[in-house]
Design a protein around this ligand. Structure first.
Ligand code: HEM
Length: 184
């Protein structure tokens, strides 16, 4: 645990996406990231491999007392796992693993609620780390802004108004003519 491997880009990992060669990107490897003072000064540590968000820092601080690295802080990093040999033995099946290639599979992995023994197995398949800057960050969907228009001024509204007014005008005209011709 905590060992450093080669750093891959997303494109490099994405090439390993079939039954004969299947790599996954999952966040979960616990790494020592230095001292409390180091984290306070900069939220980036471990050669930029770990982008420590504030919550990770807090988690790390909470874990400080119980971590295996003495006085150091720990954090999670996204790593690359070669699960080719595990495809046939994976209790969740090979299809799920194959469909989780070429992207950050952390959510897929976490959603299943893998046991701690499953997490412990991961070290066996560890081949390196991912250059986080090559992995797109999750973006929140914001619906496109609807143009705010005044309904009264749209052409549809004017047409509807005319459709209502024109028959009225004709009727008024007819009644007028009738009235005029009668009295004449
Ligand atoms: C190195 C990566 C992985 C390892 C070592 C691993 C290991 C395991 C193990 C040991 C189990 C048995 C249940 C448990 O102990 O939690 C399991 C179940 C399962 N895994 Fe994985 N897994 C990995 C990645 C993934 C990924 C990326 C997905 C989803 C895309 C996934 C989906 C599942 C599913 C659906 C089950 C079945 C859960 C059930 O039926 O209760 N696994 N995995």
């Amino acid at each position: 645990m905590g060992g450093e491997g080669k750093v891959y880009t997303l494109a490099e990992v994405s090439g390993h996406n079939d039954r004969k060669d299947c790599w996954l990107i999952i966040e979960g490897k616990i790494v020592p990231v230095g001292s409390r003072r180091m984290i306070a000064g900069s939220h980036k540590a471990n050669n930029g491999l770990v982008d420590l968000s504030v919550s990770t820092v807090l988690d790390s601080l909470i874990c400080l007392e119980c971590n295996a690295y003495g006085n150091g802080l720990i954090a999670m990093k996204k790593s690359v796992y070669d699960v080719t040999k595990f495809l046939d033995d994976h209790p969740g099946g090979d299809e799920v693993l194959l469909s989780a290639t070429g992207k950050d599979a952390t959510d897929d992995f976490e959603d299943v609620g893998h046991s701690s023994s499953a997490k412990a197995m991961m070290d066996e398949f560890y081949v390196g780390d991912i250059d986080s800057s090559t992995v797109p960050t999750k973006t929140k969907y914001t619906p496109p802004k609807q143009p705010h228009y005044n309904q009264d001024k749209t052409p549809e509204f004017i047409i509807k108004l005319l459709q209502f007014l024109v028959p009225l005008l004709i009727l008024g005209l007819a009644v007028g003519i009738r009235f005029y011709t009668k009295s004449a």
